[in-house]
Design a protein around this ligand. Structure first.
Ligand SMILES: Cc1cc2nc3c(=O)[nH]c(=O)nc-3n(C[C@H](O)[C@H](O)[C@H](O)COP(=O)(O)OP(=O)(O)OC[C@H]3O[C@@H](n4cnc5c(N)ncnc54)[C@H](O)[C@@H]3O)c2cc1C
Length: 322
């Protein structure tokens, strides 16, 4: 029987959002395969977190709870996961989020097991005897399909921002079992020093409504209308890179290839042309509204609604109406 194991990533003492997205993909796959989801969690002082994680529908969690895992040392994590995975014979699927963590660990493991890897896929489903994953290519202009025999070892990273996060179900529970860390002298060639969490003023990836401004806003002071509209509508401020590069708004607000990927219920893009590098970060928003003076702007190709007008006329009117 296939083993389906999700590597549970922890940040700031919590299970990460990308892991929860992974669990959504794993849930559907577990139903199709007719198997339970299992998990592995590495850290220090993580017993309560592991017990809590079973409420996401994970039937068994292998917990590595050790002071040497208080910080993330990629070599320690890889080596210990390698020892754990060695216990399982194929078919086994090991899945993690395509975060910095997952992207370090999973390819190393796949190489150590000389196995297939589904790297940065947005989905993973069962089709006959194969696992099939979709991998966006060339800034999502193309969607590549990857396929591999389900009866072997398969390693997977799931790209964030494409699946809803799994939610806790208090009625669920599972087993938590300890697994001893394995660290060789060779793994000690890198030492974990300190984890510094970058100061983030806003997390636009979680917002339900984003009002984003671009070069068309016309200046730092003029960007005030974007902030005011966001406040009035109860949303967060987003921006194109042009607005960030001009220093009208901090980088935390940038949407796109070099910014954040967002999937809010509403995205309102004001004075943003819709360059591909911006679109890749927001085009999965549920409802897209464009406010632009140019009816030929590429943003209109992805927008559900468009207001062809000066944003400095539209937004004050909108605020007045609310
Ligand atoms: C490697 C690379 C990575 C990149 N990554 C990103 C990224 O992550 N995110 C990103 O956004 N960009 C990114 N870019 C930049 C991207 O290519 C565009 O240059 C940028 O998105 C343009 O920003 P903009 O739409 O605000 O400006 P513009 O393209 O100049 O568009 C301004 C728009 O405002 C409209 N407008 C003007 N005045 C008004 C008004 N008064 N009312 C309403 N509309 C008005 C105009 O009609 C126009 O459509 C990247 C580029 C490269 C090369």
């Amino acid at each position: 029987m296939t083993k389906l194991i999700v590597v549970i990533e922890i940040a700031k003492g919590k299970i990460t959002g990308i892991t929860k997205e992974c669990l959504t993909v794993a849930k559907k796959l577990s139903e199709d395969l007719g198997v339970d989801i299992e998990g592995v969690m590495l850290g220090h002082g993580i017993n309560d977190l592991a017990v809590n994680a079973t409420k996401y529908g994970i039937k068994k969690i292998y917990k590595v709870d050790d002071a040497q895992f208080a910080g993330i040392n990629i070599l320690y994590h890889t080596r210990t996961l390698e020892e754990l995975v060695k216990q399982f014979s194929p078919p086994t699927i090991i899945m993690a989020g395509a975060s910095l963590y997952g992207q370090e660990i999973i390819p190393r493991l796949a190489a150590r097991f000389n196995s297939a890897i589904f790297a940065s896929v947005t989905s993973l489903v069962l089709e006959g005897d194969n696992l099939v994953g979709i991998h966006p290519l060339f800034e999502e202009k193309l969607l590549g399909t990857m396929s591999a025999d389900k009866n072997q070892m398969n390693f997977v990273t799931i790209l964030g921002g494409n699946n809803p996060e799994a939610e806790i179900d208090e009625s669920l529970s599972g087993e938590v079992t300890d697994f001893a860390p394995v660290i060789s002298e060779r793994d000690k060639r890198e030492t974990f020093v300190e984890e510094k969490i970058a100061k983030v003023s806003v997390d636009i990836t979680k917002a339900k409504l984003i009002i984003a401004g671009g070069r068309g806003v016309g200046g730092k002071e003029k960007f005030g209308i974007i902030h005011e509209t966001a406040k009035t509508l109860g949303g967060e401020v987003g921006a194109s890179r042009a607005a960030v590069d001009a220093d009208w708004v901090p980088y935390d607000h940038e949407i796109g290839q070099t910014g954040k990927t967002i999937t809010p219920d509403f995205y309102i893009g004001c004075g943003i042309s819709g360059a591909i590098q911006h679109l890749v970060g927001m085009r999965n928003s549920k409802t897209i509204i464009a406010v632009n003076t140019d009816e030929e702007a590429p943003m209109l190709d992805v927008a559900h609604y468009a207001i062809i007008a000066d944003l400095h006329e539209v937004l004050p009117e909108l605020i007045k109406k609310l």
